[in-house]
Design a protein around this ligand. Structure first.
Ligand SMILES: N[C@@H](CCC(=O)N[C@@H](CS)C(=O)NCC(=O)O)C(=O)O
Length: 105
């Protein structure tokens, strides 16, 4: 495993719900990231967010790690759930609630 993959794995092990985004939750720097932050605010869930604009190694490393080319990336228990479109769909279908609840169990 390359160094960045090891660092990503350590980060994911430490945070059951992890959002890789552009900007920070109080000041998203992209509309897609902003939408996911708004959706997460509907849930009583603790999450950790990383600004990939300030972490270029993660920005490229995550694209390779998850084979997913864009941000945001929401990761629950080490598994990529998806980006903005998927999170919106899962929110509307009610599946996101279950997923987030499973993260704390
Ligand atoms: N359809 C995507 C939209 C996200 C997207 O297009 N993100 C772009 C612009 S913010 C991106 O991350 N590009 C790669 C990069 O900037 O490294 C989703 O559902 O998340």
């Amino acid at each position: 495993m390359s160094d960045i993959n090891t660092i990503i794995k350590t980060e994911l092990d430490a945070h059951p719900v992890k959002l890789f985004m552009k900007g920070i939750p109080s000041a998203p720097q992209c509309g897609f990231s902003q939408t996911v932050i708004q959706i997460l605010s509907f849930y009583d869930v603790e999450y950790s967010a990383m600004n990939i604009l300030e972490n270029p190694d993660f920005r490229q490393g995550l694209k390779d790690y998850f084979e997913w080319p864009t941000f945001p990336q929401l990761v629950v228990k080490g598994e990529l759930v998806g980006g903005c479109d998927i999170i919106m769909e899962l929110h509307e279908s009610g599946e996101l609630k279950e997923l987030l609840e499973s993260a704390t169990k």
